[in-house]
Ligand binder design. Sequence first.
Ligand code: G1P
Length: 292
Amino acid sequence: MKVNKAVFPAAGLGTRFLPITKAIPKEMLPLVDKPLIQYGVEECIESGIHDIIIVTGRGKTAIEDHFDRSIELETVLEEKGKYDLLRAIKKISNLTNFSYTRQKESLGLGHAILCARNLISGEPFAVVLGDDIIDSKVPVMKQMINVYKTYRYTVLAVQRVKREEVSRYGIIQGKEIDKGFYKVEDLIEKPEPDEAPSNLAIIGRYILTPRIFDFLNVAKPGKGGEIQITDAIKALLSKQPVYALEFEGNRYDCGNKLEFLKAQITFSLKNEDLREGLLKFIKELDLVRIYN
Ligand code: G1P
């Protein structure tokens, strides 16, 4: 069965970015001129996924407004003859199909995915964590779907991380069956470096089979007292194979301030209108004056 749907868990409080996230959803923080979540949505569309399910929570209506039409704005832009902007605005609301559901309580990533169950209707589906922005030649989701087409079971995106960083991620233990492609043997959520079975970390892209809901439905709180998707995938391992793909691309954890800034610089340097001015600014940066 084709992967037609992608779930975007977007109910988190964004505490790492307070105070900006007090009234603005972290998914709406700009990366150059688009909100973070739009990058993940566009990645899905470029990968052939056209049904986007966003799991929101209280205070997140800006996400729905962003992907909806804004008749008032369209009218004003039309009257003023600002046709380029009008096209850009209309393009967003015509991107694809969006559905929304709410996670009423912050009970963890696994619980957020479970909230989308009724909208999935027994199909394989993708999960995209919008904080993980991946700059790659071939969209990461497309790389994963290409593998899924052969194996037809769960596929996780993984990346090697420094040993001291393993406690920030779900970590897999796997047998390499092709270059950068693993059959998963075990998983553990956010282990300490001395208990991690490898340094292969799960990054925010998953293709899951609907069987995962059987395990999410009965999952007990795990690390941090939250219902973890990693634990449910570990339970799934006893019934179905799970694979992991070391994808091609540079990943920025935009839930982290420094990484978010690095992403701003990289994506600005890729933008023809900004590149020259930004390079000039960087070259001329007067560090002495800034520090004093
Ligand atoms: C979540 C998952 C973790 C995964 C990570 C990727 O953690 O629980 O397994 O490695 O996303 O970004 P979070 O970053 O939400 O704490």
